[in-house]
Design a protein around this ligand. Sequence first.
Ligand code: BG6
Length: 466
Amino acid sequence: EHLPPHVMVLFGATGDLAARKLFPGFYRLAEDGRLPADFRLIGSGRHSPGSDEEFRDRVRQGLEDVVEHPDAEILDDLVSRVSFQTSNADDGSDLAAAVRRAEEELDADVEDVRRLIYLSVPPGAMQGMIAMLGRERLTERARLVIEKPFGLDLETARELDASLKEVVDEDQVFRIDHFLGKEAVQNILALRFANGLFEPAWNRETVSSVQIDVPEALGLEGRGSFYESTGALRDMVSTHLSQLLGFVALEDPVDFDAGTLRDAKSAVFAAMRPLDPARVVYGQFEGYRDEDDVADDSEVETFVAIEAFVDNDRWRDVPFYLRTGKALAEGRRTITLRLRTPATKIFSNQAGCNDLVLELTDDPKITVELQAKRPGPDMELVEARLRLDLVDDVPDGDPLEAYERLLLDVLRGDQTLFTRSDEVDRLWQVVQPVLDNPPSVQPYEKGSWGPQAALDLPQGGWRLGG
Ligand code: BG6
């Protein structure tokens, strides 16, 4: 596949995301031969990490820490294309000059060079940076990747969107939500729409509730100041978990292109009922206030559980339970469709319900938990499972890591797996009642499943953690 020459600019280049995901994403694309034949990668930020040489060493070191057995030649080539230029919202002139120099170095007409500008900066810094890009005309021939959260509430998201619309068109904007790059998430569509077995059952007649459960075992990982300004609702729920809900709940999109798929997802969010703060539980793990950069009396939530509803024909009155939190008992990413128990009474020991479970973890799986006859002389039911391993059982796979996949989509200009302005706006409307009237945060022990009130939220309990 031929991709035009690119100059890529990465704001937040010395940050955590760049080290853990973005540089490794570029490396893996290079290894798979999927990067443009010619490109330059300019890291940027307010503070210089030293000379270009020092920045390259840092990138190389970071890659050697994250990527297993990197190929020396590919690493050298990638690192040789990297440089650093300081910039800030008030002054981007040096950066603009560096971008133009890099464009001239490429073996192409400058008009044919594309720009990929990745804004991995906190929500509060985003608007100023976008205005600067516009002033410096760096938005020409550019695609802008915007990290989440998009704003901090409905009002700031709208301001941010307005400032974007002043400098670029929507088809240049790639609001990234890396959960949409996970193979298993795209598999929700394959499961539903390519198999006659599932879609007919995918509605309120058969499904009694849905759980979208993303507990994390990890704590803050040194991201105290980020968490203090965002909290789990904005970091995870109005973004990743809601996007999963969108994929689970959408109507047949008819086509798999950016327009129709995002229309279908947007229709789900439009039908979502704004959250009822009385059905939201906030938690904070014990010890959070002792973390670096966290206020002694912080009320920020590190845990959220919510009940949501999609008020359309397919899902009316089916509760969607969403849960996530830091420092919990396990790290999992699980979607469970809890199926209604058949009305028949012929089995005396028919137990519980059936669950259709999608595991989105690094080892993704789809499992149907069902009842089967225990082998033997008696008609006795036991729980059994049908299981599809989405990597081992599917031939000739070459799975891409989420960021790798999404970076490739930006290079190709494919917005299908990115979120659109109307979706984001609506999701802020849905969570705004909770931002206006937040429940009080309840302490929970590290390594637990969160506050008691959250355990009691779904009728019948959570599938994970009991
Ligand atoms: C990020 C959040 O977007 O997603 C983190 O900011 C979270 O707080 C992470 O840990 C989870 O991503 P993944 O891919 O590890 O499930």
